[in-house]
Ligand binder design. Structure first.
Ligand code: NAD
Length: 478
């Protein structure tokens, strides 16, 4: 029997105190899959009370026991790999191969990583006559988005539990089914009651109450800047810590010595990964004016190979297969941006705002490439969150860096070149939390987070653990 009509509070599946419900939609068929409760502030209050009551015991549970729980969770989750893939390809629309490798694949490794990390972490040090100790911050409210739904939940829940915190999770109401699956696993491994709680519902109701609740010590939020600002406002009176992982408008800087054929695939995939619904997507491609035609031709040829696919189909080429966007609202938003690009004078080289001819149903958007984009255009400044690449030209390296940094965001970036030293020198000048040089691969152990309006914290690895720690100085007698 499914738990989709329940909340998970104090170690039990319970009915919501409210009567509202929220539909979960299959983004390829546009059909309702099921519905989940529209949780209430009362549900949150109950979950927070449970998390607060569980904190003393969990935070003092020996680290090897906490680490064992993490490993048990990782093993149990791995046993449900096929279900994770199925659920995420349904609610997000990720093609099967992408859901397997990225959505499910990334979600499994963190449990062992954080178990090992806490076992080896230096929890205290002596500074003069002080013993400086790191302690769990307390009750953590985790609020998460829909684009990499399970992995982004795990980037919060795993280190928070590892640190000794207790958790109230509010997953995205658009993609809650993967969170139910995770919660079933946490329940099955016998995590003590109240250590982990889940309240499903909308941001303005459930998310807002988590943010303002006086007994929540920290909110860890991933999502849009607008919602992040609401979280900060609601959290301000209680001075709780707020960790924000927000949006981006990242630049992929192609230096004039880069080989066009080697640039094209990473330029297109780096932008259109997960149908462009990736916070760190490289949505601005900066090419030198002197060689722009070569790069543009290579990129358009590469993007032309992309096919829009049924997420359930066996399409092994994950670099050239895109699924639908997550929702009707997201599809409309992206189409509006494409129209805006055309209106503001960018040259549409590929794609466009219409429903794709080969996919009459589903929230698909054609892979779209614009050239002659200038940095002041809306499509160069705002996060589109769809498969839309904006190509901008620059005059020299200084100009490229200036354009790359001409953004309110500062999440990610990339530099392409045939000279690593030159590329790293440019990477150092880009004001973002991460930069991939010459195809450098995503590293789950390296810190991830944004400068400027892309956020104020770092997740993953040691930094992701320290996000959930307080620091205490105990002065010892001389
Ligand atoms: P969103 O802001 O609409 O929603 C994110 C979460 O916040 C959801 O759970 C939502 O219900 C909740 N929420 C909404 N209003 C709230 C409020 N007033 N108070 C508390 N919670 C509230 O974002 P989304 O559309 O789900 O996700 C897309 C956005 O997330 C993009 O901007 C993307 O760049 C960003 N994102 C950032 C990262 C990162 O690591 N930096 C990763 C993934 C996504």
């Amino acid at each position: 029997m499914s738990n989709y009509d329940k909340q998970y509070i104090n170690g039990e599946w319970v009915a919501s105190t409210g009567t509202g419900s929220l539909d979960v939609i299959n983004s390829a068929t546009e059909e309702v899959v099921t519905s989940v409760p529209a949780g209430t502030a009362d549900d949150v209050d109950k979950a927070v009370a449970a998390a607060k009551a569980a904190f003393d015991t969990w935070s003092t549970t020996p680290i090897d026991i906490r680490a064992k729980y993490l490993r048990d969770i990782g093993a149990a989750l791995a046993g449900r790999y096929d279900e994770i893939v199925d659920v995420i390809s349904t609610e997000v629309g990720s093609p099967k191969a992408f859901a397997q490798m990225v959505q499910a694949g990334l979600s499994l490794g963190e449990w062992e990583s954080f178990a090992t990390l806490v076992e080896n972490y230096e929890w205290e040090e002596t500074i003069g006559n002080s013993l400086v100790v790191r302690e769990p911050i307390g009750v953590v409210g985790a609020i998460t988005p829909w684009n990499y739904p399970l992995y982004l939940i795990i980037c919060k829940v795993t280190p928070a539990l590892a640190a000794g915190c207790t958790v109230v999770l509010k997953p995205s109401e658009i993609t809650p089914l993967n969170a139910y699956l995770l919660t079933e696993v946490l329940d099955e491994v016998g995590l003590p009651a109240g250590v982990f709680n889940m309240v499903v519902g909308t941001g303005p109701e459930v998310g807002a109450r988590i943010s303002s609740h006086p007994d929540v010590d920290m909110v860890s939020f991933t999502g849009s800047g607008g919602s992040g600002a609401e979280v900060q406002k609601a959290a301000a009176p209680t001075a709780k810590r707020v960790g924000l992982e927000l949006g981006g408008k990242s630049a992929n800087v192609v230096l004039d010595d880069a080989e066009p054929s080697s640039v094209a695939m990473s330029a297109v995939f780096g932008c259109m990964i997960n149908s462009g619904q990736t916070c760190s997507a490289l949505t601005r491609l900066l090419v030198p004016e002197s060689r722009k035609d070569e790069y543009i031709d290579a990129v358009v040829a590469e993007a032309s190979q992309i096919r829009l696919v049924d997420p359930k189909a066996d399409e092994p080429d994950l670099f050239h297969s895109l699924g639908p966007l997550v929702s009707k609202a997201q599809q409309e938003r992206v189409r509006n941006y494409i129209n805006k690009g055309i209106e503001e004078g960018a040259t549409l080289l590929l794609g466009g705002p219409e429903q794709p001819e080969d996919q009459e149903k589903g929230y698909y958007v054609k892979p779209t490439v614009f050239a002659d984009v200038t940095s002041d255009m809306t499509i160069a400044q705002e996060e589109i969150f769809g498969p839309v690449l904006s190509i901008i030209t620059y005059s020299d390296d200084d100009d490229a860096v200036a354009i790359a940094n001409d953004s309110v965001y500062g999440l990610a970036g990339a530099v392409q070149s045939s000279d690593q030293e030159r590329a790293v020198a440019v990477a150092r000048r880009i004001r973002t939390g991460q930069v991939d040089v010459m195809g450098g691969a995503f590293n789950t152990a390296a810190p991830f987070g944004g400068y400027k309006q892309s956020g104020n914290t770092r997740e993953r690895g040691r930094w992701g653990l320290e996000e959930f720690l307080e620091t205490k100085s105990i002065q010892l007698p001389g």
